[in-house]
Design a binder for this molecule. Structure first.
Ligand code: MG
Ligand code: MG
Length: 301
């Protein structure tokens, strides 16, 4: 099950479900609908902007709150309350039985981390990945926070990973292909800095379903993969390891960790493909403002 972020585990799970169910016919149709590319109308894009900006506001609430001495379960509670107070549903809660509103991944946890009672401490990096469902459309975004002072090496990892997301988004325009995004992210991380680009986890289309086609890897060849067309809404989400690209599943069945125990960073935006320039539906502006204002976070990387 790799994965909330990727469709991979989901596809496997659905195929298994399909093979087991007597209602395979409807199951098949459902799977087919889910994994085809859905092009959104302008009105649907605006609904998705609303969902995506609510995710951003949720992450900004987290940015105000997060500090050493609180647990990631506390962070999850704050996020879930904020989402429900804004008349939305946390997309991840109950998704394939995931029990929390957020995936919270600390240090060597790459993605899908379980919120726990463990207290955050100075020097931790904490990825909070959140999705919301509002007006029948999902939004999805992730941000890695630095608690207290972090080493120069970790600062660089955060800066490069965040920048690689923007480098990928630059290529996310009508007429390009998914491989152009993938290549740009891989070049900005693996080629320029020797970081490990996780292979088992990828970005994804999004809409009425949390995960739709196409899959959007963070590695690949230019000019390959699905063609990007106006109205496609996708999540680009570099998951970048300081060391090896290899990962493993923790005992909880969800948390994905780096094999060498070195830290990983993860930034994600929901974007809509347009001609000339992508329309970024989520936003880091409020998150960054809250991050800068929170003296318990390091944001000057
Ligand atoms: Mg995602
Ligand atoms: Mg996400």
């Amino acid at each position: 099950m790799l994965v909330l972020c990727t469709g991979f585990r989901l596809v496997v799970a659905d195929i298994l479900k399909y093979l087991k169910t007597p209602t395979y016919k409807s199951g098949f149709i459902y799977t087919f609908i889910k994994y085809m590319i859905h092009y959104k109308s302008k009105a649907e894009v605006e609904l998705m902007r609303e969902s995506s900006l609510l995710v951003s506001k949720t992450l900004a609430e987290v940015a105000k709150f997060i500090k050493a001495g609180i647990s990631t379960l506390d962070v999850d509670r704050v996020a879930e309350e904020f989402i429900r107070d804004n008349a939305a549903i946390p997309s991840f809660k109950g998704y394939q039985d995931f029990p929390f509103a957020c995936c919270i991944s600390v240090n060597d946890a790459v993605v899908h981390g379980f919120p726990t009672k463990d207290l955050l401490k100075d020097g931790d990096i904490v990825t909070v990945d959140v999705g919301v469902l509002k007006n029948n459309f999902h939004g999805d975004s992730a941000y890695t926070f630095a608690v207290g002072e972090i080493s120069p090496e970790v600062k660089q990892l955060l800066r490069v990973t965040k920048n690689s997301l923007l480098r990928g988004i630059e290529k996310a325009v009508h007429g390009n292909r998914v491989g152009d995004i993938a290549f740009a992210v891989q070049y900005a991380t693996e080629k320029e800095h020797g970081y490990g680009v996780v292979r088992e986890l990828v970005g994804h289309g999004i809409g009425r379903h949390l995960h739709e086609d196409p899959q959007v890897p963070n590695y690949g060849k230019r000019g390959t993969g699905a063609k990007l067309k106006e109205g496609m809404v996708i999540c680009i989400e570099p998951m970048i390891n300081m060391g090896t690209k290899n990962v493993f599943h923790d005992k909880d069945g969800w948390t994905i960790r780096t094999e060498d125990g070195k830290p990983a960073a993860h930034f994600e935006h929901t974007i809509c493909i347009q001609r000339g320039k992508a329309d970024i539906l989520s936003s880091f502006a409020e998150i960054e403002a809250a991050e800068h204002a929170n003296i318990n976070l390091f944001s000057d990387y």
